[in-house]
Ligand binder design. Sequence first.
Ligand SMILES: [Zn+2]
Length: 226
Amino acid sequence: VALLSDVLAQPTAISTLERALASGRVHHAYLFDGAPGVGKEMAAFGLAQALLCERRAVGEARACGACSACARALPREETRRPVHPDVIVVERGLYEPAQIGRRAPESQDISIDQVRTLVLARSAFGPHEGRAKVFIIRRAEELSVPAANALLKTLEEPGARTHFVLVTAQADLLLPTILSRTQRVRFASLPDEIVARLLTARAAGAVDAARAAEIARLSAGASRPR
Ligand SMILES: [Zn+2]
C-alpha cells in the first residue's frame, strides 16, 4: 500500500506534497489542517512512508508501497503507531504514563513530558535507518502551552532529515508561534459521494448505500464525528 496516492479527493494537498517529494524539498514542519476524517492523517503517514521508502528514486514522489520501510511506516491497528523507529507519533494519551516519565495519564492535553521524552530526546539524533525521521502530532491543538513552547526551537531548526507533521482540525487553537513555524497544507471538506463511499467501505457492508449517503450529507464533508 502506498498511502499518499490513495488519499481521496485532496488533489491540491497531495500534489503539494508530491511536488515537494519529487524535488527533494520536503518542508521540515507541516501543518495539515482540515475537518476530521478528510485524509490528513493518511497523508501524514503517506508522506512519512515516501520519505522512508527504500526504493523511491531521486526525482520520484511515490513510495513503492512494498519494501520493508513502506510496510513498517504504516500505523498498526492495535497500537495506532507504526513499528518503524523513524516514525514517531505524538498524541494525548497514546502512551502509558511511565513510558513518557509521568505518574498520571494525560487527560487534558499533550504534556511537556511527552514532548521531552518522544521529541526532544529523539530529535537530537539522526534517523535510525538513515533516510529520514518523521514526527506526526495528532490533534496538535491539544499541545499544552509548555509542550508547544518546548517544541518551538526544534520546529524551527530540526536536525538533518527530520520532519514534523502537525495534524489538526482546529488550527485556530494553535499558538501563533507554532503556526508561524509551520507550512500549512489545507485539506478540503469531502464531496458527499466520497464521504458515502468511505463510510460504506469502513462499515464493510454494515451500512447500506442510502444510509451512507444520508450520513454523508449530514456530516458536511467530514467523514468522522468531531
Ligand atoms: Zn518502499
